[in-house]
Design a protein around this ligand. Structure first.
Ligand code: SAM
Length: 213
């Protein structure tokens, strides 16, 4: 998607992807995945996800990247903290205790800015991208986070019935895009209640990707 697509969504408040509740698969698997005290968690394409607050409350340090300045500002407002805002390369960096959100393009984020990451939490990031961008995204994500484990949430549904985002990601594509870098395990799979956007039957999958690097 073009950047303007997402900026328009945030400006118009068309953010149906934003959930007020913590994602049940994150809540259910955080312990088993070792997400806890002192863990440094990267949340790519983070929006203003409340899942970041769940991670903070578990004692994690959170690093996110998000295109929309509105999303980043609204997230800190929801936390009730005033971040320090600085220019950092091609991105703006918003920092508060235990959390750093980079505002700008994911593809402009450098390994030096990100630092060492223990866990990547990808909810509604890979699935937000069209197919031609996904391979590039997966490669970049894995090269930015060597040695990290990933929790990845995806959807499977009949893409001919409805357009994305969120896009359907067949398991073969996960294998193609991540298999070179990671050992892949399907942790959980569940039919989406009411279907995707209330229109088409869909299954939500939770993957564990363990870096081979
Ligand atoms: C479907 S939303 C998901 C947000 C969040 N992960 C959540 O679960 O609520 C995708 C987000 O990615 C952001 N985004 C899209 N392309 C991006 C890019 N190239 N770099 C950084 N953020 C991007 C959008 O602004 C949007 O907030």
């Amino acid at each position: 998607m073009e950047h303007t697509f997402w900026h328009d969504k945030w400006e118009k408040g068309e953010i149906g992807f934003h959930q007020s509740d913590i994602h049940p698969m994150l809540a259910g698997f955080a312990d088993k995945f070792g997400i806890g005290d002192g863990c440094r968690v990267f949340v790519p394409l983070c929006g203003k996800s409340n899942d970041m607050t769940f991670l903070l409350e578990r004692g994690c340090e959170v690093v996110g990247v998000e295109l929309s300045q509105l999303a980043v500002s609204q997230y800190f407002e929801s936390l009730g903290v005033t971040p320090v805002i600085e220019e950092c390369g091609k991105l703006m960096r918003y920092t508060a205790p235990d959390i750093t959100l980079y505002c700008g393009d994911f593809f402009a984020l450098t390994p030096e800015q990100l630092g060492t990451i223990d866990v990547v939490y990808d909810r509604a990031a890979l699935v937000a991208l069209p197919q031609d961008m996904r391979k590039q995204y997966s490669q970049r994500l894995c090269s930015l986070t060597p040695g990290a484990k990933q929790l990845l949430v995806t959807f499977e549904y009949d893409q001919s019935l409805i357009g994305g985002p969120p896009f359907a990601i067949p398991s073969e594509e996960i294998q193609q895009n991540y298999g070179k870098y990671c050992a892949i395990t399907l942790l959980h799979s569940e039919a989406l209640k009411g279907g995707l956007k209330g229109k088409v039957p869909a299954v939500e999958n939770l993957w564990s990707l363990t870096s081979k690097g």
